[in-house]
Write a protein that binds this ligand. Sequence first.
Ligand SMILES: Cc1ncc(C[n+]2csc(CCOP(=O)(O)OP(=O)(O)O)c2C)c(N)n1
Ligand SMILES: CC(=O)[C@@H](O)[C@H](O)COP(=O)(O)O
Ligand SMILES: [Mg+2]
Length: 647
Amino acid sequence: MNPNLKESEELASFGTYLSKIDSPEDLRKFSIEELPAIAQECRELVIDAVSKNGGHFGSSLGVAELSVALHYAYNTPKDQIIWDVGHQAYVHKILTGRKNFFYSNRKYGGVSGFPKRAESCYDAFGVGHASTSISAATGMAAARDLAHEDFKVVAVIGDGSMTGGMAFEGMNHLGHLKTDVTVILNDNRMSIDPNVGGLREYLTDITTNFTYNKIRRDIWQTLSKFDNEIGSTARRLVRGIEDGLKAALTPGSYFEALGFRYFGPIDGHDVGHLARVLTEIRGLPHPKLLHIVTVKGKGFAPAEANQSKWHAQSGAFDKVTGVSLKKADPNAAPKYQDVFGDAITKIAGKDQRVVGVTAAMPSGTSLKKLGEKYPERFFDVGIAEPHAVTFAAGMAVHGFKPVCAIYSTFLQRAYDQIIHDVALQKLNVIFAIDRAGLVGADGPTHHGVFDLSFLRMIPNMVVMAPMHEQELCDMLLTAVKYENGPVAVRYPRGNGLGMALQEFKQLPIGKGEVLRDGEEIAILGIGLMSNVALEAAALLEAQGVSPLVANMRFVKPIDTELLDAICARFDRIVTIEENTVIGGFGSAVCEYLQEKGHRNRVLTLGIPDRFIEHGSVADLHREIGLDAQGVVKRILEFAHSEDIVAM
Ligand SMILES: Cc1ncc(C[n+]2csc(CCOP(=O)(O)OP(=O)(O)O)c2C)c(N)n1
Ligand SMILES: CC(=O)[C@@H](O)[C@H](O)COP(=O)(O)O
Ligand SMILES: [Mg+2]
């Protein structure tokens, strides 16, 4: 266990069983009949902790029984359990020595909201993004076989995560290797929003056995209309092929065809039965898939009733009624995601070519606003970011203006698609990149701090970032009007500044603006960091330094005219971005200065070259010196230094 982990400030009172369980070894001392009570105590602890601190919710409640059964049936930590995404692993954390730390979940210095190898030897694989578990499990099994070791590997994957391409790639390879891995498919029919796609229908068919019964009934009804020789011959024929038909439609035949033995579907809340089934199948030496059916939010009525809303909670709530205890701020500014959702819907109202594409995040990106108004122009493709981008490329070939609304961190999945399928063909795809910058409690798996770097280097791309909600709207309009290739607009998680929105206007491509004039030093901001630059400038003023502040708006193409003018007047230039300092906005400025032979001194502020942990955004900004005070401190050091800090 990570020795630096902060103990929870709140002290939990554990139930009769949990007070005696500090590891899965303790769990395995209890009888199978006692498992339901243990699962219930875990569930109650999750409800209590999340009701105080927020966090992911419904998914962990849904797998309380599965988590107990897995640690009961398998010899963890030697046996490896890989949780897909990992947002459902709270009970696993509680059972694996972290119950005393659990109230620090997702807080600065506390337990991570996802399995993390650095945190515990029970966290077999680091996760946060969907659909990785089967590939990782297959790799572990291959390593085990090569090293002639003896342990079990289990991947737990939800029906939503199963829609991701990597899950299929993993199954295809695992079926080919024919080695011992158990895949547990947790089917609750939900992604964050309702799950979509053919796989969902297939799983539903399995659980209801609908297809088989329906086809059989339809055929017999049709044939019975022919009450003659033809009819009876046909019926005899059908009886003959019925076995084949049944085999084709038997539960799990799809997985069987990929090389798995399929078991299920079984009730994922019957913990005793689950533990028995797992113990039985654990000895089978080939790939197997156990299909369990669960209810997302199980055991907490409001979460069962509104599963999307209760996927995660951002703050405290009453643990009986579910009523939010977060004081609603009537003056809170709308979130950027909602400003985006409203703006793109408005723009789509005037331009029939605009279509919206989301990879399973209609609520998170608020693209569902467009879907509600123009359902025929809205596409939820499932957790399939690479497909989303190439799908958008296909629509763009035929004249549409697809807006791919994808979180920055998840867009990393679709990098080749952006280059090969969009930029290389100069297609008019718009990337609305949400959650850019530090996202807070989700931590390093979810911070969106690489996009400026990875997009900037792609030919034909236009890359911009708004400093406030009006600029977001203006940039969206600019992107839709642009006819010369792909455009990316990246904006952050959280609330805007609260400004009243004006009519959207088109911005000149590649032009920034000076926000305040000054002397001695120039601070160039991009996105939200232009606001921090203004704040820092006000603080610097009190210290006798009066900087110019520019909001550059575009990382690509960068405003070279403005840069030339600034270089001519200011010896020292500071850049600020909420993106890695490597290859991003600051680098773009340095590259241009170098190209032109400008010899100004440049200080590049941004995310340092390391992964940033979880915590509130304010804590994280403080830690890395990206809050106004931190920026001021570093600018003063720079202003008074004689050395060249970075070029
Ligand atoms: C690549 C990627 N895209 C999107 C997400 C956001 N996301 C997190 S959980 C989730 C739904 C997962 O559904 P499922 O696997 O069925 O688990 P459940 O929440 O139903 O337990 C989504 C879309 C992600 N984590 N990773
Ligand atoms: C696990 C996961 O990937 C999502 O649930 C994510 O945590 C959502 O983030 P937001 O809260 O920013 O929508
Ligand atoms: Mg699900």
